[in-house]
Design a protein around this ligand. Structure first.
Ligand code: NAD
Length: 354
């Protein structure tokens, strides 16, 4: 039998283990070591000399240059992202160290788009509050008034795979008018809506604004005091993309000023130290998040939009394909960085923020 391929998997949850093991049958000769902790400068020492050919990480693992240097000097050749976003990996440093980095650019965009719709309609029709009331024997409708979506204008920032899936549902399903801002036009979006080149011209038209762009230098805090002020009063904001797109303090200010009808967040800029773990018995120290949770018109979920069976299966299968391509020194279609080419994955990469 050939030498096994050793993979250290970080931020492992039971579902990661289940789907990754299913994607690695015995004949694949892949040895998975599961670490429940995230990969950070503090935990990188779990990867010892020759213990892993690859590390497999998720959205809140943190791979700055010193972590990558440690991995490279321990014999790691590949960083396998079980997600699309790569804002948590210093890609230029990985390139300089001769590492390969590959992501899973497309895994059931519908999983995220459908979740964004679920958040939007929960908030709009207040089913979360109705459910809590009815369980207490309170059948009053006071305060639960919603609005229909038909004919309303939905604005998107980002029209990639998820943005297009969301646009299709909102346009074909709900009969909304869909407008979008994206510096890279996507022909797949065009059946469902129109582009507005100037974000400042898009925002005043949005009854609903949904974020579907990556976190980059140019998109960090794209929703801030100035852009929030451009939204019409009573707009709904949905963010299933990355927390750093929204300046949370400015958002709280806008909520206190009753500017917005509601906000649905699946992601939060300070999520790294909280999300994916149970902190229910602790005193949470993040006052910004805790203030956000006090608003009756805010829903926060713990970065779960991707969390559907189809998506987890695709993530695991694609991660294993990326690993096998890199280890066999075959071209890897999802390479963000490849040691053989400074151009690796340029199309896929779009310089996400550190
Ligand atoms: P994608 O790469 O297919 O599309 C991203 C789109 O954003 C592209 O069309 C790109 O041109 C556009 N864009 C880039 N810079 C922009 C800017 N400055 N303004 C407007 N648009 C800009 O990615 P995707 O698969 O559609 O995913 C979108 C984002 O969703 C990811 O970057 C990731 O952060 C997030 N995501 C979240 C979850 C979750 O569970 N909540 C799951 C998957 C992805």
């Amino acid at each position: 039998m050939s030498t096994p391929i050793k993979v250290a998997v970080f931020s492992t949850k039971p579902y990661d283990k289940h789907y990754l093991q299913a994607a690695c049958p015995p004949e694949s000769n892949i040895q998975l070591t599961f670490h429940p902790v995230p990969l950070t400068p503090e935990t990188a020492s779990l990867v010892t000399k020759a213990s892993a050919d690859a590390v497999c990480v998720f959205v809140n693992d943190h791979l700055p240059s010193p972590v990558l240097s440690h991995l490279a000097s321990s014999g790691v050749r590949a960083i396998l992202l079980r997600c699309a976003g790569s804002n948590n990996v210093d890609l230029p440093a990985a390139q300089a160290l001769g590492l390969s980095v590959a992501n899973v650019p497309a895994y059931s965009p519908e999983a995220v788009a459908e979740f964004a719709v679920a958040l939007l309609q929960t908030l709009n029709r207040q089913t979360h509050r109705a459910h809590a009331r009815v369980r207490e024997g309170n059948f009053s409708l006071d305060g639960l008034m919603g609005r229909t979506l038909r004919g309303k204008t939905v604005g998107l920032i980002g029209t990639g795979r998820i943005g297009v899936a969301f646009a299709r549902i909102m346009s074909a399903g709900f009969g909304c008018r869909v407008l979008a801002h994206d510096p890279f036009r996507n022909p797949a979006f065009e059946p469902y809506g129109s582009y507005v080149d100037d974000l400042a011209a898009l925002l005043p038209q949005c009854d609903v604004l949904s974020l579907h762009c990556p976190l980059t230098e140019s998109t960090k805090h794209v929703i801030n005091a100035d852009t929030l002020a451009l939204l019409p009063d009573r707009a709904i904001l949905v963010n299933t993309s990355r927390g750093g797109l929204v300046d949370t303090k400015a958002l709280i200010h806008a909520l206190k000023a009753r500017k917005l009808a509601g906000v649905a967040l699946d992601v939060y800029e300070g999520e790294g130290s909280l999300f994916y773990d149970d902190h229910s018995g602790e005193i949470i120290q993040d006052d910004v998040l805790m203030r956000l949770l006090t608003f009756p018109n805010v829903i926060v979920c713990g970065h779960q939009a991707f969390f559907a069976e189809e998506a987890l299966r695709e993530i695991a299968d694609c991660t294993v394909r990326n690993l096998q391509d890199i280890m066999a020194r075959r071209p890897c279609e999802n390479a963000l960085v490849s040691p053989d080419s400074s151009q690796g994955g340029e199309e896929n990469r779009r310089s996400e923020v550190k």
